[in-house]
Ligand binder design. Sequence first.
Ligand SMILES: Nc1nc2c(ncn2[C@@H]2O[C@H](COP(=O)(O)OP(=O)(O)OP(=O)(O)O)[C@@H](O)[C@H]2O)c(=O)[nH]1
Ligand SMILES: [Mg+2]
Length: 435
Amino acid sequence: MWSHLPKVSSYRRIVAVGPRHSGKSVMLASILDHLRKDPDRFLGTDERWVSHRIEEYPGEFPGFPLDRILREASEDALWPDITLSPAAIRFRAEHPKLWKRDLVLDFVDFPGENVADFLGDGSFRGWSNSIASLFPDSLDPLSEEGIKEYRELLSRADTAAQIDDAASLYSNTMVEATRRGRYLTSPASLCSRIFNPGGRTPWEDFAPIPDLWGSEDAPAFSTFEERFQNYRKEKILPLERLLAEADALILPIDIGWILSGGPPLLRDQHALLSAVGGLLSRIDTLWNRISSFLGRSMTPIDDSKFPGRLRSVVLCATKIDQFRPSDRSLLEDLVRKIAEPIFRGAGLHSIQVLFTACSAIRSTTDNPDRPDYVNAYRNGEPIEVLPPKLPEEWPENWNPADFRFPRLDPRVSRHGLHPPAQIHLDRMLRSIIGS
Ligand SMILES: Nc1nc2c(ncn2[C@@H]2O[C@H](COP(=O)(O)OP(=O)(O)OP(=O)(O)O)[C@@H](O)[C@H]2O)c(=O)[nH]1
Ligand SMILES: [Mg+2]
């Protein structure tokens, strides 16, 4: 009965959230290009929309740079720049039959580095304890050195200047870890110091004081706690709200990047998924569901004005074109092995959790003569690549040098005539819309 009440559209807000470099922006660009070129084909429907187009997102975010991403990929063989702040874009398709709903999909691209700030339970203590479970990491010896020095400085820090010195030592340690490819830099604003070494974000000068160190009465505690809370209010809460108000979340997982980065990255990825799982169970409240339902069903106002009701979470291995064709079926299972215990255990009510694997811009083709090889381009030159063999299970330990994946050019049709070739990207979106 409810579905017959007046509604502007069938609406979904889809948010891509995941670590740096995991493939979010490329994924959204490819989905949107497919939708704008032939939505029925991409969605596997036969609605024969009278019109369909990309529009500006009506909310407060800057526009997602769809055309720039595709132009740079096709003309200059460039992949997109790192995303520094959330960006959004809308797809609308109008149905020919008056009594059938139009389709409106909003997509939000999330800056990957920010997910690290979801660590912990929202308190300074919880955050500190989560950081201490990842740093120092014996598998990442340089992190041991940095944290040891920070701890020493912290134990002697009495004056405001010494407290600031301790915070800045922690910051430097995290910036260095980020340069080594570690995923979880928190406060996430420190990532921008890599590009802009002198740059500062207000309130970011705090550092962890975990329970384990028994230093709650350290003079720095109240200073760091206050800065953490201010940073949280300004930087973290708006992003948490973004997730809380989504209808679907896509969490891309770059298995090649983890394997080529080594075991600490697997641990980081795991901690990150746990942080997002914890966040979702905190926000998946009855009130959220009721307010979404009331807003969206009882008013003729554009659904995007109301918070969403999270219906699906998609955990997706990305860039599967860069693996051996015979290995691609292993990826979904590897994702499931890291993520399933977290998302099944998060107690999320009636939320569909999907494990899948896709390639957003297929940049390789299979090699008919040598089945383990793929053909690709690098700097405009054709190359043949033998991708490293994937393990069937996550190993306890491994040598990252055994998992080097070469950098490849993106393959996008010149003149934008065709959407990028993809693998299973359509399947993923269909499942989100169907949920
Ligand atoms: N072969 C291949 N490479 C891809 C694909 N998608 C992404 N990549 C590679 O992954 C890199 C990162 O992709 P992005 O989409 O920019 O990653 P992101 O998650 O938006 O990263 P941040 O903006 O840092 O959060 C790209 O520069 C490409 O090198 C794909 O479908 N196939
Ligand atoms: Mg991005």
